[in-house]
Design a protein around this ligand. Structure first.
Ligand code: C2E
Ligand code: MG
Ligand code: MG
Ligand code: MG
Length: 279
């Protein structure tokens, strides 16, 4: 039973859910889709509890497949990671996201955009410079770009990963720990790199309304983050009850279906225009 409970908190990075047969692709098909420009970021808003305002959005990769419709990351990211081709997607998503960010800023909407970095990408010591170049070319200040790193990625003692993260931090990017609570030695990690945001994994928020142990863990994480001057985001907020509990616990931001699902750029802009402060 304990094992069952623990596996619930394990990071799914290298143990992604099996894609349905309709969604099983070959690497060549995925690369072909990238060449055909069929990938784009969807955006999911991040809302601040205190003000109810949208403060940013996470860019989440989608494959708009001509026959099979919108394909989730589980259908292509594992293939790209295993084959060492993930950077093609990383930079495609980064470029489209900073372009979107630019157009938001031009319209007076000062949002941050969050980008997911794959653990594998951090092995390449030129990554930090390449990312910085793309963002500067778009005329965006790196402090509006949040780079999300899953704990497992940040965990490895690989010098290259640390070097990249330190350099990205020095270049002004905001570093965020994704899926917090599902990895290991997370505490130590917080002491080595200047992370400014922590995203508590949705497995903690799911069912936490009627699970006291989960609520205690979430509350402790919020308090710890605040002691370290780190902002904390709750992922997977689906109900008003979860919103209210997190708000009372002092959580900084929420992301989840209660606010909105990830949307394509046009729907995201429409959503923002019709958005009314959530309290
Ligand atoms: P993540 O970074 O932890 O992103 C959050 C995931 O939770 C997203 O799944 C989002 O759609 C989902 N989500 C948000 N709110 C809710 C909710 O209220 N309920 C539920 N059940 N789910 C919610 P998605 O878009 O399928 O992405 C899955 C993972 O794929 C991401 O997890 C991230 O690790 C990875 N990923 C997505 N885009 C990229 C990318 O461009 N590059 C890399 N390297 N990884 C990516
Ligand atoms: Mg993320
Ligand atoms: Mg993640
Ligand atoms: Mg996450």
């Amino acid at each position: 039973q304990l094992k069952q409970m623990l596996t619930k908190f394990m990071r799914a990075d290298y143990n992604w859910p099996q894609a349905s047969s309709a969604e099983r692709f070959t690497l060549e098909e995925v690369l072909q889709g990238i060449r055909a420009n069929q990938f784009e970021p969807f955006f999911q808003p991040k809302v601040e509890f205190k003000t109810g305002q949208i403060v940013g959005a996470e860019a989440l990769a989608r494959w708009i497949h001509p026959e099979q419709g919108v394909i989730s990351p589980y259908g292509f990211i594992p293939l790209l990671e295993q084959s060492g081709e993930i950077d093609k997607l990383t930079f495609l998503i980064l470029e489209k996201s900073v372009a979107a960010c630019r157009s938001f800023h031009d319209r007076g909407c000062i949002f941050s955009i969050s980008i997911n970095l794959s653990p594998n990408s951090l092995d390449d010591t030129t990554l930090a410079d390449k990312i910085t170049q793309v963002v500067r070319n778009a005329g965006i200040d790196p402090r509006y770009i949040i780079l999300e790193i899953t704990e497992s990625a940040a965990m490895t003692d690989v010098a290259h990963a640390l070097e990249n993260l330190v350099r990205l931090g020095m270049n002004g990017f905001i570093l965020s720990i994704d899926d917090y609570g599902t990895g290991y030695s997370s505490m130590q990690q917080l002491t080595r790199i200047a992370f400014s945001e922590l995203k508590i994994d949705q497995s903690f928020v799911k069912d936490f309304a009627d699970n006291e142990a989960l609520r205690i863990m979430v509350k402790s994480s919020i308090d710890m983050a605040h002691e370290l001057q780190i902002k904390i985001v709750a992922e997977g907020v689906e109900t008003q009850q979860e919103w209210d509990l997190l708000k009372n616990m002092g959580c900084d931001m929420a992301q989840g279906y209660l606010i909105a699902k990830p949307m394509n750029l046009i729907s995201f802009v429409e959503f923002c225009m019709g958005y009314r402060l959530r309290m």
